[in-house]
Design a protein around this ligand. Structure first.
Ligand SMILES: Cc1cc2nc3c(=O)[nH]c(=O)nc-3n(C[C@H](O)[C@H](O)[C@H](O)COP(=O)(O)OP(=O)(O)OC[C@H]3O[C@@H](n4cnc5c(N)ncnc54)[C@H](O)[C@@H]3O)c2cc1C
Length: 296
């Protein structure tokens, strides 16, 4: 039974399956080097490309620590969805509903061909919600600015120049975000229209809990990149979790589960538990099948 954690850090599988703009960094444990998929392929197993996406992604910011190591912060829901934050590409334009799930946010980057994006907030946002490793309240801000984790400027134009983003594009995006916040309607990406958006927003804000103004100087930018948290591509399996060969036939006695198996959700993210749920279910099914027990 193969359960070595999927594609992970396997450079060959990443090059074959992942979009070109994905950095060679994974959130999976460093020991997950794709061994299960690689050995199965070596005896003729079929690898499924995952469908909609070869992996589930999170937008992550990165801090270089003084010892040279890198801290990766996944922007799961604490800041991205809150009112008063926008995400822009190098053209200064928004590309996605920032309050959607981390996977859908990162898919927005991938579909727009972006390898990086910037979360833009003002001083009021930073104080209230924090941003990534910057906790609410502002403690530790000087250290993070000095480490180059965050950028700060007195106005959006200067901030754009500092991070290499188009200033006119960013000015237009901030102006539009402020108009949308006043109206309570995101006319570009429908932010705050789904139950999940509103849950991730700030319920204490009247009107749209995902929209707020960006106007209190200074302004801050934080760079994020899409990083895989789990493979969706993996070994093609039968309902009993037997690995299929390239002709589609089950390979007797060889099972796969967890991220070594292709995701039953076909590269989409319906919600929390998308990977651990099927891993538990198929682990159970494998146990019963291997023991000759009937499967529901
Ligand atoms: C920040 C973050 C949040 C997440 N939140 C959720 C969530 O809320 N819900 C959810 O469902 N999923 C979540 N996930 C994803 C989930 O944690 C993983 O997809 C899941 O743990 C993968 O399980 P697995 O058994 O396939 O692999 P793993 O749990 O990674 O286990 C693989 C094991 O195989 C070992 N191994 C590797 N190679 C070998 C070898 N050659 N020989 C022997 N052993 C080997 C590894 O050391 C490891 O112990 C999250 C992931 C991240 C990064």
């Amino acid at each position: 039974m193969l359960a070595t954690g999927g594609i992970g850090w396997n450079a060959d599988l990443r090059a074959r399956l992942f979009p070109p703009q994905i950095a060679p960094v994974s959130q999976t444990p460093a020991g997950n080097t794709g061994d299960g998929i690689a050995v199965a392929e070596g005896i003729g197993a079929a690898v499924d490309d995952g469908g909609d996406s070869p992996a589930l992604w999170m937008p992550c910011s990165m801090l270089r620590r003084p010892d040279g190591s890198t801290a990766i912060w996944p922007h799961i829901l604490l800041d991205r969805a809150k009112p008063g934050l926008i995400a822009v590409g190098r053209d200064g334009r928004r590309f996605v509903n920032e309050s959607d799930s981390y996977h859908d946010f990162a898919m927005g980057m991938i579909r727009a061909g972006l390898s990086e994006a910037w979360l833009i907030v003002d001083a009021a946002f930073l104080r209230r919600y924090g941003l990534g490793l910057m906790l609410p309240g502002g403690r530790g801000l000087r250290r993070l600015l000095k480490a180059g984790y965050l950028d700060r400027a007195p106005d959006p134009g200067t901030l754009a120049a500092r991070i290499g983003v188009d200033a006119a594009g960013l000015a237009a995006s901030v102006a539009a975000a402020n108009r949308f916040a006043a109206e309570g309607v995101d006319r570009d990406f429908g932010r705050g229209t789904s139950a999940m958006n509103r849950f991730n927003g700030d319920g204490t804000v009247a009107g749209n809990p995902c929209l707020g103004p960006i106007g209190t100087a200074p302004f801050y930018a934080l760079r994020v990149v899409p990083i895989d948290l789990a493979g969706a591509a993996g070994l093609r399996i039968t309902p009993e979790a037997l690995v299929r060969d390239r002709a589609g036939a089950p390979i007797p006695g060889l099972y796969a589960c967890g991220n070594d198996a292709a995701s039953i959700f076909r590269g989409t993210y319906p919600g929390p538990g998308t990977t651990i749920g099927p891993a538990m279910v198929f682990g159970w099914r494998i146990g019963r099948h291997a023991a000759g027990q009937p499967l529901p």
